[in-house]
Design a protein. Structure first.
Length: 87
């Protein structure tokens, strides 16, 4: 059984830095990258036509039960997510 990661400890000033690995077998949090100060995440969607970005938003919205949007990094593997309260 996979251990749950408390994502709230990685969120600073309502932002979360992630490194995305698109085209993976499934969506999952892989762990913390100390060197880059970012959360490594596998996303099943391919990196074309904005599919991976949409899947990132959907995945983190479901995990955190909050509204999530991509603040920076729409065309990069490294992204900054904005975590907002659910309305």
């Amino acid at each position: 059984m996979k251990q749950e990661i408390d994502l709230s400890r990685f969120i600073a000033a309502s932002s979360l830095v992630i490194i995305v690995k698109p085209g993976s077998p499934r969506n999952e949090v892989l762990g913390w990258d100390d060197g880059r100060k970012a959360l490594r995440v596998a996303i099943a969607a391919p990196p074309e036509d904005n599919k991976a970005n949409l899947e990132v938003v959907k995945f983190f919205s479901k995990l955190l039960k909050k509204r999530v949007r991509i603040l920076r990094g729409l065309t990069s593997r490294e992204k900054v997510l904005r975590i907002e309260e659910k309305v």
